[in-house]
Design a binder for this molecule. Structure first.
Ligand code: F6R
Length: 589
């Protein structure tokens, strides 16, 4: 939610252009507006260039300089206007501030600053930070003025400040991600690594309560509370530049869908030790609670079915509905928190509550260095690499595959689970052929003008329909509504009219006949029946024949939804990488 990127000592003396290029890699974090501030060579004040809308191919008119800081915004306080875009300046244009989060007490701070004569030009909570720092820096060194200001802000926030006088970037973190990149004589600050991966993979992820000062002499780390310096121990990531580039694909989404051919089998070669230890814990009587938001919550639900197949009870609770059930959590509970980013506010709130009640936290995450990773007792890092498209695909299937392996491990069938996942990826590799793609493109054309679609599935295919439908909604803005097949007769069948598209997701399992009966009932009311199923059936007007992979058939069924969502979205003129109104990591409640 909001992308932050800053550079010290740009080697080309074009810091604003470098920041703009880096911001393009972070645009998935918010794309309501963008802005860059620079300390220009030989000028007396900071200059800012900011605009509403996506960065796209934007160029900046800012002059040369070596230090700049920029932002892509996902609006919270204040509408989407040029004035509300970040960075925000103090009255003297010596301090520029960008921000990720919400300052809950900004109104009261603003009232006080207005009384002191500060002049505001935006409606944002962020602008108060610039003026408060200005006020405090009248009597204090800039870094202490910033630390003190930060301590007065209520809510989860990360701020980055460009300070003209000290020619530095100073940033503080509480709840929103910040990472420092240590290049050769160049230093970077960003909300995510892809912004600077071209220059360095040597990084330091800030913890909550930490601040950094970046200037020509390097990077210094501080504890905000004590205002004392700490030693900064960097790590080197194994991410490659290609991971953050489109690599010949027209969109990140399509690239990431295809990457699943590698990322799914990769899950069989990582986490084995942790999975076996967790399996032992489950066998020793730990309760299992699975939680996450959006796609990750569907992964939680699908995993609940996988656990049940192995005769193991578990609960799947969306993180934003966690609280009423938290009283059932105790120190013999394993809470699996599933998250691509590890920064989703609702998931973190659920995890903190579970920790308070003594539970052990298992983070099933993709991005590294996240808050969730730090809160967890055990980390199952699913290794799908940077997921740049806002819509989650490869992180989801890697999380699901990892949790599937765990369910097999509990019953001492880990090796069989591994073989099944490797076989799955080989079969899916053959499945994603030109014939399938052509079929999906022509189906997308056929459905292009539909505004409503329905989906049904039962048992494992129920969470699969939830995920399939979400992909369609997010990427094409078509209303796709998923139902458990069993729900149909209890009301929703009223929605079916002649020609209403209805997807039927099924596997070769013990409930397929029931699902086909539900399909027959819809067909009898005139629905256009689209089967996503390994076998022919009279009930289908169209069949997308997915591979029969027993309980793992849902992987193929879901990948069909990812691809169909993509082609529908492209066909309807949506941006599949950056759906409207969405941000990649939802760091606010
Ligand atoms: C859907 C999607 C979202 C996320 C959700 C949780 O494609 O991307 O529904 O799954 O916002 O995000 P993470 O996994 O980062 O916690």
């Amino acid at each position: 939610m909001c992308g932050i990127f800053g550079i010290i000592n740009d080697k080309n003396n074009q810091a604003a252009a470098t920041v703009l290029e880096g911001l393009k890699k972070l645009e998935y974090r918010g794309y309501d507006s963008w802005g860059v501030a620079i300390i220009p060579n030989n000028k007396k004040e900071i200059q800012v260039d900011k605009h509403i809308g996506k960065i796209g191919e934007a160029k900046t008119i800012l002059p040369a300089g070596k230090i700049a800081l920029g932002h892509t915004r996902w609006a919270t306080h204040g509408g989407v206007t040029d004035n509300n875009a970040h960075p925000h300046l103090d009255c003297n244009k010596k301090i520029a501030v960008i921000h990720n989060g919400i300052v809950e007490n900004y109104q009261e701070i603003k009232v006080d600053l207005l009384k002191k004569g500060h002049h505001f030009v935006s409606e944002t909570d962020t602008e108060v930070i610039a003026h408060l720092i200005e006020e405090k820096s009248k009597t204090k060194k800039i870094n202490f003025a910033i630390f003190e200001t930060f301590k007065l802000l209520r809510g989860s926030n990360a701020i980055a400040v460009l300070d003209f006088d000290s020619q530095s970037i100073i940033a503080c973190r509480n709840g929103s991600p910040l990472v420092v990149g240590l290049g050769t004589d160049q230093y970077f600050l960003a909300s995510d690594v892809p912004a600077f991966l071209k220059e360095t993979n040597k990084v330091y992820f800030l913890n909550d309560g930490e601040a950094v000062i970046l200037n020509n002499n390097g990077v210094k780390l501080f504890d905000i509370e004590t205002e004392k310096e700490r030693s900064l121990v960097s790590q080197t990531l194994d991410w490659k530049l290609e991971d953050a580039e489109k690599g010949g694909y027209p969109h990140f989404l399509l690239k990431e869908i295809y990457e699943q051919l590698k990322t799914i089998p990769k899950t069989t070669s990582i986490n084995e030790k942790e999975i076996r230890e967790l399996a032992d814990k489950i066998n020793s009587g730990y309760k299992i609670v699975l939680t996450g938001c959006g796609t990750a919550s569907y992964c939680a639900l699908a995993s609940k079915y996988f656990f049940a197949q192995q005769g193991i009870d578990s609960s799947a609770i969306p993180s934003y509905e966690f609280m009423p059930f938290s009283k059932f959590i105790d120190k013999k509970t394993l809470v699996f928190a599933i998250s691509q980013s590890g920064e989703t506010a609702d998931t973190l709130i659920a995890v903190k509550e579970a920790k308070k009640r003594g539970a052990e936290i298992v983070a099933v995450i993709n991005a590294r260095g996240s808050t969730l990773e730090r809160l967890a007792n055990t980390v199952l890092s699913v290794g799908a690499g940077p997921e740049i498209a806002v819509v989650s695909t490869k992180a989801f299937t890697s999380q699901l595959s990892t949790l599937y392996l765990l369910t097999t491990a509990v019953k001492n069938k880990y090796e069989i689970g591994k073989e099944k996942i490797i076989n799955l990826s080989q079969v899916i590799t053959k499945f994603l052929n030109t014939q399938l793609i052509n079929q999906l493109i022509s189906l997308a054309k056929q459905l292009m003008n539909e505004e409503h679609m329905y989906l049904i599935g039962k048992h494992l295919n129920y969470p699969a329909t939830l995920e399939f439908a979400l992909k369609i909604k997010e990427t094409s803005y078509v209303h796709a509504e998923p139902f458990a097949a069993g729900e149909l007769k209890h009301g929703v069948i009223t929605l079916i009219q002649k020609g209403t598209p209805c997807f039927v997701l099924a596997s070769n399992d013990e409930v397929k006949d029931e699902v086909l009966s539900s399909a027959a009932e819809i067909k009898a009311r005139g629905g256009l029946m689209i089967g996503v199923f390994p076998f022919e059936s009279n009930e289908f007007d169209v069949l997308i024949k997915t591979p029969d992979l027993e309980d793992l058939t849902i992987f193929g069924n879901i990948i069909v939804g990812q691809l169909l969502g993509y082609y529908l979205g492209v066909g309807r003129g949506a941006d599949p990488d950056k759906p409207r109104n969405l941000a990649k990591s939802v760091t606010v409640k």
